[in-house]
Design a protein around this ligand. Structure first.
Ligand code: HDE
Length: 703
């Protein structure tokens, strides 16, 4: 149905100019003026006036017989559906998955049989704790949920950007989510884990320590959805045509490399642009810079699983990539935004139990629990078992079953037979060869409520993660823990957490204790299994060691003023375009500036609305007069001072020096400050930007 409407009518009680015309044959034309469709009620009745309710006299009481008013208001009143109980704030995009080579040796899943085949996909990224209207740069896990519409039904790989989880058994999930969400009596804090309830639960749950290291690392404040990894977390099984099983872990690797922001930046981004991540994805896709990830698999057999130091069914553990190299098997490209956010991104229903024949579950107790929860929650959220009739959830392959009726049934069967077996030979029949078969694992054991011994080591991989980080990353973890625990009011909880940190890494624990002002160190937490010292560092776990090779996909914010050097600006723009990067102009007025050679350029932001936290690097292309004026403006001084404090590369023209001086930045302070003239200096600036940040500055700025 077309949605174009005519402009608003005036405020008087007259019927306005939307008129229906009859054609020569007497039929009603749904077009009043040109191609503009006539507005109708949901029942299809043409509407004469949409801006004035029916009243007794222009100033009199409203009439209940006004069915148009009642229908419009009724529908509006029911526009909201319950937000997701977790992962409420999300953003999705369409794309496709392309298979590299046939994986027939390992799986009979149809989508992995033919090299080069493309299968449509939809992805939704999300934060976990915040409500639908919260901000994008919360310190939080990011959901990375992928629906692939295969020829054998939808495959949902409902993953996160962190490869492990807080808990080992799904029965604890309601508790951890209650603990992290706003506290029930006061209803705050929103989208934050920095509060007593969360840390109380965590400090009493040693199995969460590995995940806590990840969540306190910069992984939890990604620069963009485009620059983060995705993980299926659990061990799954692949089954081939002979029903032989291979264990598998799924990993999405972003083609543009990993990148995060720093915490001080995240706090400011949330104020400057709460939609920072969704805007980034929108802009990238709308401008044709389609983000891409490779799907990699870690494949292993029972023998490897038995020899591995940890239980492969334990979702708080990972298999280091240096021990088992992830092999790329295909790529995911996101190339189209939804037409309608609600219809697609809000109504998409991901379910871990959606697996095609050839992919199967393991006994990971978290995965088993999820397989119940995801179906159950869709009924609450979408209101009917017919949520598979919604186009975003419907399979794109032929499907046939005898499920029928229910609220909002859109696809209704025809004919007499709605059961099987039937003697008419009508309707679909199961196919034991093509159909889904579970791996026939033999299990004989007592029914118990027990955690296996093999899940008992909670600290070794937490320590390994910390040891695998570069210096700046370790510092960020300590600072994040300090920030979070400083928000905890109960001193006992702070100390209990420090005890865990001391067990993970004595220096980390001592640093956090010192920053919190804890004078007497608590005893390190007792571990059921002595944490290991001998796990080698895994560079794959560090963001800084897995950054991009170029500045592609990144953005420079250029502060300009009237009289700035237009040729230099053009050179910078060309060099950035060649790199696959973009730039945006920030000016005293959003109307723009006039360069020294008289060219008028519109700005993207006014200085107040375009702080440097929105950019990966900045350039100050100012005239002397412009720099003098901006030096008197707090927003301009913050622009420079923040870029410096966040260890960004700063290109500048000599005329910009007065502004830099007022911002407390000396031009020769370090190699991250690059004087810009035409030519080579622009190249040098971009070459520096490829490394994203000058971490060596961090000690000086005390982030
Ligand atoms: Fe989820 N999770 N989860 N989760 N999860 C949901 O399903 C649940 C877990 C993940 O963009 C809910 O449709 C349980 C791990 C993502 O629509 C719900 C447990 C991982 C999304 C649910 C977990 C995830 C969800 C809420 C513990 C990473 C967003 C709305 C056993 C591997 C999907 C919904 C989207 C959403 C339950 C743990 C990822 C309630 C019970 C581990 C990305 O069903």
């Amino acid at each position: 149905m077309a949605r174009k409407t005519k402009g608003a009518a005036g405020s008087t009680a007259r019927i306005h100019d939307q008129t229906l015309t009859r054609g020569t044959g007497g039929e009603l034309h749904q077009f009043a003026q040109g191609d503009t469709p006539v507005m109708t009620t949901a029942q299809g009745g043409p509407v004469a006036d949409d801006q004035n309710s029916l009243k007794v006299g222009a100033r009199g009481p409203a009439l209940i017989e006004d069915f148009h008013f009642r229908e419009k208001m009724f529908h509006f009143d029911h526009e909201r559906i319950p937000e997701r109980v977790v992962h409420a704030r999300g953003y999705g995009a369409h794309g496709y998955f392309e298979t590299y080579e046939s994986l027939a040796k390992y799986t009979r899943a149809d989508l992995f049989q033919r090299a080069g085949e493309k299968t449509p996909a939809f992805v939704r990224f999300s934060t976990v704790a915040g409500s639908k209207g919260s901000f994008d740069l919360a310190r939080d896990v990011r959901g990375f949920a992928v629906k692939i519409y295969t020829q054998e039904g939808n495959w949902d790989l409902v993953g996160n950007n962190i490869p492990v989880f807080f808990i080992q058994d799904a029965i604890k999930f309601p508790d951890i989510i209650h603990a992290v969400k706003p506290e029930p009596d006061r209803a705050f804090p929103q989208a934050q884990s920095a509060h007593d309830n969360f840390w109380d639960f965590i400090s009493l749950t040693p199995e969460s320590m590995h995940m806590i290291m990840w969540v306190m690392s910069d992984r939890a404040i990604p620069r963009s959805f485009r620059f983060m990894e995705g993980f299926g977390v659990h061990t799954f099984r692949l089954l081939n045509a002979q029903d032989e099983s291979t264990f598998v872990k799924f990993i999405w690797k972003p083609k543009l490399g990993l990148q995060s922001v720093v915490w001080n930046e995240a706090v400011k981004i949330n104020g400057a642009d709460p939609d920072f991540h969704r805007r980034d994805l929108w802009e990238a896709i709308q401008s044709g810079n389609f983000p891409e990830w490779e799907l990699c698999v870690q494949l292993f057999d029972q023998e490897f699983a038995d020899s591995f130091d940890f239980d492969v069914l334990d979702p708080t553990k990972l298999i280091p990539e240096e021990i088992l190299k992830p092999v790329p098997i295909g790529r995911l490209v996101l190339d189209r935004m939804p037409d309608n956010f609600f219809a697609e991104t809000e109504q998409v229903a991901f379910m871990t139990q959606n697996v095609p024949p050839g992919i199967d579950f393991s006994n990971d107790p978290l995965l088993q629990g999820r397989n119940f929860s995801y179906l159950d929650t869709q009924l609450k959220r979408l209101g009917s078992p017919n949520f598979t009739h919604i186009p975003i959830n419907a399979p794109k392959c032929p499907f046939a079953h005898f499920q029928q009726d229910g609220h909002m049934a859109m696809r209704n069967p025809v004919g007499r037979t709605n059961y099987q077996p039937n003697s008419r030979g009508e309707g679909p029949r199961p196919d034991p060869v093509r159909g889904f078969r579970s791996f026939a694992e033999e299990i004989e054991a007592p029914k118990v409520r027990l955690r296996p011994e093999s899940f008992a080591d909670h600290y070794s991989q937490a320590r390994q993660f910390f040891n695998s980080q570069t210096g700046p990353e370790q510092k960020h973890i300590a600072m994040a823990l300090t920030f979070e625990l400083a928000k905890v009011e109960d001193v006992v909880i702070r100390e209990r957490m420090v005890a865990h940190l001391l067990t993970i890494d004595a220096a980390l624990g001592a640093t956090v204790a010192d920053k919190l002002g804890i004078e007497t160190l608590p005893k390190p937490a007792e571990a059921a299994v002595t944490p290991r010292d001998d796990l080698p560092a895994s560079p794959a776990l560090s963001i800084i060691q897995n950054g991009p090779e170029s500045f592609k996909g990144r953005k420079v914010g250029v502060l300009v003023s009237n009289g700035c050097d237009g040729a230099l600006l053009t050179a910078l723009q060309a060099a950035l375009a060649a790199e696959g990067a973009t730039m945006e102009l920030i000016a005293p007025k959003v109307g723009g500036v006039e360069t020294a050679d008289g060219t008028k350029l519109p700005a993207h932001h006014m200085i107040d609305g375009g702080p440097s936290v929105l950019f990966d690097a900045v350039a100050l292309l100012l005239s002397e007069e412009g720099a003098e004026r901006l030096a008197g403006e707090a927003a301009a001084r913050d622009f420079v001072a923040d870029a410096f404090a966040h260890c960004k590369f700063i290109g500048f023209t000599a005329a910009a020096l007065p502004l830099m001086a007022k911002a407390g930045v000396a031009p020769d302070e370090d190699e991250g400050l690059i004087a810009l003239e035409e030519g080579a200096s622009v190249d040098a600036f971009i070459a520096s930007c490829r490394t994203l940040r000058l971490w060596a500055r961090e000690g000086a700025v005390k982030l």
